[in-house]
Ligand binder design. Structure first.
Ligand SMILES: Nc1nc2c(ncn2[C@@H]2O[C@H](COP(=O)(O)OP(=O)(O)OP(=O)(O)O)[C@@H](O)[C@H]2O)c(=O)[nH]1
Length: 559
């Protein structure tokens, strides 16, 4: 802290100003046990002089007493406080450490690397712009390296530093370094990172951490600190299409109607045309009102109140956007879900879905697959348990505005809350809008009388095993059943097709050309809502090879 504390003493305002003007980089460090993560973070803090002097004195004493470095400074001890907390089994425990250099401010999220801490890692990584993935040069890529890489890609981190640590223990061998980098590039290709920068380091001795190492003359790239200080990360959402989730409508009197919220993406100026997600109506921004007077412009991250030129209906939970790149406005979502709670997912159960601007009841109707975080294989499972990640289809009671998470982390994420305990049970990342599930009310809209009350709905079982065929789309058949829920027992071949990541979509064909119906694939049975007698239902696999299952409603279905 020495050089900074001088400035603090001499000119506190100058110090504060210099801090304010620095850009901020958020990063996360990931590694397996003993890769040297604690040592690395300790060294970054030490070398940036962000360790307070009393801590330094204590560190020197502790290093002599309990350090693993034979009396030399053991940087890992700097993080021991966190370790103790972890052992107490704290729920979502992410330690954020702050440090700064002359060029940048940093927030580093330090999370435990074990699989049982997946939720911590996802939480810590969700706001990070860069991930530093540590690899022990002697061991190369481990299962954990793959898991951590998948998780950071999932939460939208686009820049990776592959920090190949303990180079001192392999004699700074370039070939070994190159092999590890080659393996990593091959593994990470499908994860679609924007950049992968591999740096040969020794966290313990400081090689290529701050200063270029004399031990790696073959390495021409940046040191770790050099990279962290200079990496260009997208100005989080500033460049993206404008989004304002409306958190509150301010109507102090009849003459003023302001829409308040924090701009989630983009920039807005008076005169700009904006679109209301719920109605599709547009207007122009009249004023950008703040406590300190009107603004000529506001950007992502700023809390503002907008007034519009026209009186149009906008309520809390709505989203304003640019007209030509609006968000999805939907009740049906396909999303990654990271399960954060001991209580497993109950498909079909009503939860609260909290988005960037609204809290809406909803349910996970289908769990399409669960991802094995170690092998990245997709498997079928009836539920999601703590620390598991899957892809699910959700249905909300009301439409809400979303962006795919890969396009916008702020408007593409949500959390799932248990309605009874109020616990956050899952974090969600929107992939896309899901095909609609046709509701009875929507049948009315389609011109067909709605089925009578739900109590009339019949639950039937049809054995589809024998009817599972490969073929072209087709085989439209008449349904002669009453409206309601049906469950199918399906053949092993059908399950295989599901396991390959195919989705099942029931399409309802009728003279009125209704939209697609029900899509609920769940474990060993599928459910679908279908329309009244006389309609035609055609079942096709939505992606992958086209497989058509004719649905006979007649006597030979065994109904
Ligand atoms: N030789 C050598 N040893 C290192 C290096 N970095 C870390 N170590 C040693 O490796 C051991 C593990 O380091 P830590 O920093 O505690 O590892 P970690 O990944 O934080 O481990 P956990 O906190 O248990 O997850 C310690 O004995 C360190 O001194 C390095 O670059 N070279």
């Amino acid at each position: 802290m020495a050089h900074q504390s001088d400035l603090i003493e001499k000119d506190i305002l100058a110090y504060l100003k210099s801090q304010e003007e620095k850009s901020l980089l958020r990063f996360i460090t990931c590694g397996s046990v003993d890769d040297g993560k604690s040592t690395l973070i300790g060294r970054l803090l030490w070398d940036s002089k962000m360790v307070f002097e009393d801590q330094l004195a204590a560190l020197e004493v502790d290093s002599k007493k309990v350090g693993t470095q034979g009396g030399a400074i053991d940087y890992a001890l700097l993080l021991d406080g966190l370790q103790a907390e972890r052992e107490q089994g704290i729920t979502i425990d992410v330690a954020y450490r702050y440090f700064s250099t002359d060029r940048r401010k940093f927030i580093v999220a330090d999370t435990p690397g074990h699989e049982q801490y997946t939720r911590n890692m996802v939480t810590g990584a969700s706001t990070a712009q860069v991930a530093v993935i540590l690899v022990d040069a002697r061991k190369g890529l481990l299962t954990q390296t793959r898991r951590h890489s998948y998780l950071v890609s999932l939460v939208g981190i686009r820049h990776i530093v592959l920090a190949v640590n303990k180079m001192d223990l392999i004699g700074f061998d370039q070939q070994r370094f190159d092999t590890i980098l080659g393996d990593y590039r091959q593994f990470a290709a499908p994860l679609g990172f924007d950049s992968i920068t591999a740096i040969p380091i020794s966290a313990l001795n400081g090689d290529n951490i701050i200063e270029p190492s004399v031990n790696t003359p073959w390495y021409q790239g940046p040191t770790l600190m050099n990279y962290l200080e200079t990496v260009q990360v997208e100005g989080e959402n500033v460049e993206k299409p404008f989004r304002l989730p409306v958190q509150w409508v301010n109507r102090p009197n009849l003459d003023f109607r302001g829409f308040c919220g924090t701009i989630a993406a983009g920039t807005v100026r008076p005169g700009d045309e904006v679109r209301v997600a719920s109605s599709g109506r547009t207007s122009r921004v009249a004023r950008i009102v703040t406590m300190d007077g009107d603004l000529p412009e506001a950007t992502a991250g700023q809390a503002v109140t907008l007034t519009l030129a026209d009186e149009i209906d906008i309520s809390r939970g709505d989203t304003l956007s640019v007209p030509d790149a609006p968000p999805l406005q939907t009740r049906f979502l396909e999303a990654h879900l990271v399960w954060l709670h001991d209580e497993q997912l109950h498909p079909g159960q009503s939860y609260l879905i909290k988005t960037s601007c609204a809290v809406i009841p909803g349910r996970v109707t289908t769990l399409r697959h669960v991802v094995d975080v170690n092998t990245l294989e997709q498997k079928q499972a009836p539920t999601l348990r703590l620390n598991e990640i899957g892809v699910g289809l959700l249905e909300l009671d009301r439409p809400a505005a979303f962006d795919p998470y890969r396009l916008n982390r702020a408007t593409g994420n949500f959390i799932v809350i248990d309605r009874y305990t109020n616990a956050t049970v899952a974090a969600g990342m929107v992939i896309a809008a899901a095909p609609e599930i046709l509701q009875p009310q929507e049948l009315v809209a389609g011109g067909i009388p709605a089925p009578a009350a739900e109590s009339n709905a019949a639950t039937r079982r049809i054995d589809l095993g024998a009817r599972f065929i490969n073929g072209d789309e087709g085989n439209l058949v008449d349904l002669t059943e009453e409206p309601g829920q049906i469950e199918f027992d399906v053949s092993p071949a059908f399950l295989d097709a599901l396991a390959q990541g195919n989705r099942v979509l029931f399409r309802l064909r009728s003279p009125e050309q209704l939209p697609p119906v029900a899509l609920l694939a769940y474990e060993h049975s599928l459910q679908c809502t279908f329309s009244r007698a006389g309609d035609r239902v055609n079942l096709i696999l939505f992606s992958g090879p086209a497989i058509t299952i004719p649905l006979d409603g007649g006597a030979d279905t065994g109904l």
